[in-house]
Structures are given as C-alpha cells and as structure tokens.
Ligand binder design. Structure first.
Ligand SMILES: Nc1ncnc2c1ncn2[C@@H]1O[C@H](COP(=O)(O)OP(=O)(O)O)[C@@H](O)[C@H]1O
Ligand SMILES: [Mg+2]
Length: 419
C-alpha cells in the first residue's frame, strides 16, 4: 500500500515510523515531513494546509490511504475533499472537527449530551463577557472559541486579569477571528490526562492513556508550549476512571456524533467528582502520540484500514505492558523566537540504543546532516518495564544528543512516578 502522511511534527514521525513497520507498506509519502521522517518516507514539498495540492498529489500518485496529523487542514475540510474524490483518508470531516475547532460548539454539544464538563457561558460580545465575569468565581477560565495553537486559554486568578484577557482577545483581537467569541468556564482542580480513541463512524477502540507537560519549565512553570514531554503508563487512570471516561464521555459523544471517523482525543481533568472533559481534539496529540504508538503492538496500518473499511469493531488492539516516556529537546529560547540551522549530533549513536526512538519535530536534513528547524526539535522516546526505567533511558539519550542551545525539562513523568 502507498500511504500519504500529512504534517511535519514528532506526531507525524511517530505515525510514519509505526506504518513503516507494516509488511503491507510499499511506499510512504510525507507532506511536508521533516529531517527524520525523510529516512522512512519520501518528502513531498506541499504544506499541510494546501488541501487542493495534496488531493491532486494523492490522485496522481494513486495513494491508497492518507493520514492527516494536524488540526488546521482537518478544520478546513481536507477529509471532505478527499472523500469527494473517492480517496480513503483517516480523519473527521470539517463538520465533525468542530468538536475541536469551535469551543462554543463543543461546549454546547457536551451540554446537550450530558457529558461531564466545566460549567460555562458563551459570550459573543465584550459586554456579555464582562457581565459574566461579575458573577464568576476565581480562578476563572477564559477560552477563545477558535483554533489558537495552544494560545487561546487564559486562567485568570483575579478580576483585573480576566478583564485584561477579554480586552486582548475580543477588543484588540490578538488571535484574530479565533477570539471573536469566548467561552468563560468554571475552573476545575485535578490532574490532567489525555485519552485517545480510534473511531470508524460506528464504533471505537480506546488507546492507552497519556499525560503531557505543556509548561515550558520544571514544576509546570513558565509559558505554555506545544508540549515539553509526555508519558504513558496504565496507572494514569484507575479502572473506575477509565470506565467513567469510556461510558460517560466517549460513548455518548460518538453516539451523538454518529459518523465521526479518525482519531478523537479527550483532554480530561480528573476531579474529585470524577473525570471531566476539558476539550476534544479531532486528531492525535503531540507529544502524546509518540508514547502511545511506542506501546502499540498491533500494526497501525491494519487499524487505519479497519477505520476506512468500518471494521474496527472486530479489532483487538494489543499494547505493550510497559511504560513509555518522551522528552522534547527544544531550542533554549522556545517558545519565543528561535534561531534554526544548528547542526545536531549524536543521532546515530542514539539509534543503537535498544528501546529508544528519537522522533524528529523541527529538523531538516541536508547533505547527510541534520539541522534544527524550529523550536521543538526532537522527541527522545523510550520504553521500559517501569516508568522510572523508561525515563532513565530517555534522559540518557537526551544527554547524548547535542545541538547549540539544546534545552529540555528535567521533570518529565515525575507525577507518574508517584503513582
Ligand atoms: N476548566 C478548566 N479548569 C482548569 N484548567 C483548565 C480548564 N480548561 C482548560 N484548562 C487548562 O488549560 C489548558 C488548555 O485548555 P484546553 O481546553 O485544552 O484548550 P487548548 O488545548 O485548545 O488550548 C488545559 O490543558 C488545562 O491545563
Ligand atoms: Mg488542550
């Protein structure tokens, strides 16, 4: 089979790497891919958002199956276009992807379907938003309605901070149209967890749980980022919590969003009152995918084929009874402006270490060398019998790899060790 993977991050590298293990793969294309993906796939110089060119490419190359990593092409309807051309594709339609691309749509959906979530108000004008704040408890959570690449949520401790956030998002339009509407919601206390399922339009199969680390610095301090690391172990959710997520959150969602197909990722808060849904993403999380797929024993191409053929019900997913952890190596200035083009060394040595994969994110390959190309550079991912062993290995390799300005968090998985 010929497969096209759309995207260029660590998530897409992990997907390409898993597909490359399949005996049924004859060719993988990645658009636009990165320096690490180039070792397992042919890179295609088309941006992940250029839907028409991706569709033409897939048709000309007779691609059998396309997987879409990022949310922007999904929300712009890449799946609708591929389906329109009769080309098999993994992902939800633009309409289905509104569960991610509009927070107000999603919250109303949760409410209608009685899915446990934070109490909320939807605000279409600044006046309404200021009014809602007057009767809010603090901290309060303010969310831009539209896609904002992780920059659309403010947790305000005090009324003045909350008013500033509204001024910035709605009046100064700091995120453009994404902030034209806001959701103001109740603050929930607890641990967060990421819960993914494969869905084929009729049924679903849960994946192992994961937890990511969004803040830039140790101890969950500093600005939010695209993710500084993640881990996966079975104890992230108790059996009761797992059942509550499946029965009270995922099942009613997919019963209501009947034909939803692709990956559905629930961002959860594990409150003292049971798991509550913070948000949905209509795709795989990054860097959670790196640890989840590193535990998947089942052939990922088989799972993808089940999805497009609506045969997921008969599939028994097999998972390694191990822990996995990923440490994201970033450029020191990340998430601020970074300088790219630094040569990376130590990657070949890292390849020789058993139970470790270094998934590339912001890298570029040129003349047989690998250079940094963005703020999040590499995802050093390791498996171990215990989380402690997986972390030890990941940190060992994180030290072996060098590039100018390399930095990473030292406390990935620390909360999981306590469990
Ligand atoms: N109601 C809430 N209570 C407490 N924290 C929240 C709440 N909603 C969101 N957060 C925090 O903000 C982060 C981002 O919110 P989320 O809804 O996942 O939006 P996005 O991922 O689109 O930025 C969450 O991972 C969580 O840490
Ligand atoms: Mg989120």
């Amino acid at each position: 089979m010929k497969v096209l993977v759309v995207g260029s991050g660590g998530r897409e590298h992990a997907v390409v790497d898993a597909l490359a293990q399949s005996s049924r793969i004859s060719k993988i294309f990645a658009a636009p891919g990165n320096g690490g993906i180039a070792e397992q796939a042919e890179l295609v110089a088309i941006s992940a958002d250029d839907i028409e060119r991706l569709a033409s490419f897939a048709r000309e190359q007779r691609v059998d199956l396309t997987f879409v990593g990022p949310e922007v092409p999904l929300s712009k309807g890449i799946v609708d276009v591929f389906i329109g051309h009769g080309m098999p594709v993994i992902g939800p339609t633009a309409d289905q992807a509104r569960l991610e691309s509009s927070k107000s749509f999603a919250k109303r959906f949760f409410e209608t379907n009685q899915i446990p979530t934070a109490a909320f108000s939807e605000c279409s004008t600044p006046a309404k938003a200021y009014h809602v704040l007057e009767r809010s408890k603090y901290p309060v959570v303010i969310k831009a309605d539209g896609l904002a690449a992780g920059k659309g949520v403010v947790i305000a401790q005090r009324p003045d901070e909350a008013r500033d956030a509204i001024k910035l998002l709605m009046e100064a339009k700091s995120l453009g149209e994404a902030g034209a509407k806001l959701v103001i919601e109740e603050f929930l206390a607890g641990e967060e967890a990421s819960f993914h399922v494969f869905a084929d339009g009729a049924t679903f199969q849960p994946m192992v749980a994961a937890q990511d680390h969004k803040r830039r610095f140790d101890g969950d301090s500093g600005p939010n980022t695209g993710g500084m690391g993640a881990y996966s172990i079975d104890t992230i959710l108790s059996i009761a919590q797992h059942d509550a997520v499946v029965n009270r959150i995922i099942r009613p969602t997919l019963q209501a969003a009947r034909s939803y197909s692709g990956i559905l990722y629930a961002g959860l808060m594990l409150t003292s009152d049971g798991p509550k849904l913070l948000e949905y993403n209509a795709r795989f999380g990054d860097p959670e995918t790196q640890v989840i797929l590193f535990r998947l024993k089942t052939d990922l191409l088989d799972v993808f084929t089940d999805i497009v053929e609506h045969r997921l019900a008969a599939r028994q997913l097999e998972w390694r009874n191990e822990a996995a952890a990923t440490v994201v190596l970033v450029a020191r200035e990340y998430p601020g402006r970074v300088e790219s083009g630094k040569e990376i060394t130590g990657l070949n040595e890292a390849k020789r270490i058993e139970g470790v994969k270094v998934y590339h994110a912001g890298t570029r390959s040129e003349g047989g060398r690998i250079y940094t190309n963005g703020g999040r550079v590499l995802n050093v991912t390791a498996r171990g019998a215990t989380l402690a062993q997986a972390l030890e290995k990941a940190y060992f390799v994180a030290q072996m790899i060098e590039f100018d300005g390399k930095d990473y968090r030292r406390d990935i998985g620390k909360k999981g060790l306590a469990k």
